[in-house]
Design a protein around this ligand. Sequence first.
Ligand code: ATP
Ligand code: MG
Length: 566
Amino acid sequence: MSNENAAPVVSNFIRNVIDTDLASGKHPRTITRFPPEPNGYLHVGHAKSICLNFGIKEDYKGRGYASECNLRFDDTNPEKEEDEYVQAIQADVHWLGFEWDGGVRYASDYFETLYQYGVELINKGLAFVCELTPEEMRDYRGDFQKPGRNSPYRDRSVAENLDLFARMRAGEFPDGSRTLRLKIDMGSPNLNLRDPVIYRIRRAHHHRTGDAWCIYPMYDYTHCISDALEGITHSLCTLEFEDHRPLYDWVLDNITIPCHPQQIEFSRLELLYTVTSKRKLNQLVTEALVSGWDDPRMPTISGMRRRGYSPAGIRLFAERCGISKTPNVVDFSVLEGAVRETLEAEAPRVMAVLDPIKVTLTNFEAGVTGSRTAPFHPHHPEFGEREVPIAPVIYIERDDFSETPPPGWQRLTAGGEVRLRYSYVIKCDEVIKDATGKVVELKCSIDPATLGQNPVGRKVKGVIHWISAEHAVEAEVRLYERLFTVERPDAVRGDDGQYVDFKQFLNTESLKTVTGYVEAAVRDAAPETRYQFERLGYFVTDRVEHQPGRRVVFNRTVGLKDSWTK
Ligand code: ATP
Ligand code: MG
């Protein structure tokens, strides 16, 4: 990221390993990879992993090493994978501002090579074709207390194994009837080493290889070999793979391959008030509990994008999460804080009124009452300026008026004064209500001497935003809140000790749609244009439904202040 505002690189234990390897000459450069399974859209946890892997490439490149980072789809599970996800994942990585080296890679590109390594392992007496059923296999496997037992098929001859493996590939056996397993150690305390299955028979259409294969390699076997084939130097993954590392190393130590990447594990990001699991996010989508993977309430990269988060905000967040082996539980407000911080300087500011009260300016005089211009950003004159027109009828925010104000109130009240931002001081002379007692209109007068001037003889402290009714543009504005009402929606247990369905904790108030009034300056904004609405927060024109000049649709990205931690 060649961003002059980018914070200096924060070191971590993984970078320390890399520094040592570069200094000792073990590697002349780094090659990392981001290896998603294309079974859903990426979420904020993946963003952390993307920033780590691509960030390493960029930093070490910056220091003169020819570092690279690959994008590889781990597509060994034909049933759950789809091309839609493959496309969406690439778009997400690009949008975050990263570029992979070489073409997009797929584990399925290596199916033939993986098969040949299976043959090599059989030839070395290190793999065998097993005919145990899944239930038998579980029984033979043992558990943490009980060692496993050798499969009765374990001592087949090499010739017989070669023949059976070839016939598995040729489609001679029904799905699930045979597997290829490694011969490691059924007595190992590490269950991953108890003769793990590396191939299964599954007649499923693959998104890339179609029906060419009816046997598919397992993740653990595929991953280490794919890494090695690509010359990966450091294979970074989350901590749940720590116990798989001995298997990763075993496979690479027992096949003829010139490269042995180092697997290093770090803790998964867990973001409070949401769920980070593609499987669970998928449920929200398929059960129509959200509008799609890119619903702005979703913690997906595409959801965050549609919500108005910027790539810089997400990258800043990832950096703040840090990389370590200790639990990485982060409050949602940290994400919002990072987003807010990056938008502060980036987003032009305009005024909008989302919950209006009509204000009639009783002494407005055409040709006499004047308007001022205002800059789009106080610290960025290059953003330009626009006129903020005043007219006989304006709207102010309902919240900015109170008939019975609390002590210290600086906004408008009956008989009180307030300044309209970039305009006059007004005084509320009359409050008009409907039959139910709701305030429907305020009659106010302008102090004509206060346009760009302090009032004479008194202080008016409060400043409120407002908008001219005749100049305003109507907008559909979506106000988002957190998607869940509890910190860990997927970790709540019921009386029976079982996990409660996380969907029970969906926040029913997480979306409110209102009609607001915004300055005409935003009418023609392109989709995905971010603004600060003064005093209200950051908003973005919706990527999908906003139509420049025709239909104005805004999503609230985040408020101006953290309203959660209090
Ligand atoms: P999910 O359970 O959501 O499907 P996953 O780990 O199965 O997640 P993959 O597509 O296999 O998803 O992951 C691609 C990469 O992203 C892996 O290296 C994985 O370790 C990393 N990753 C996934 N979730 C997180 C997370 N919450 N924090 C950090 N890294 C993550
Ligand atoms: Mg996975």
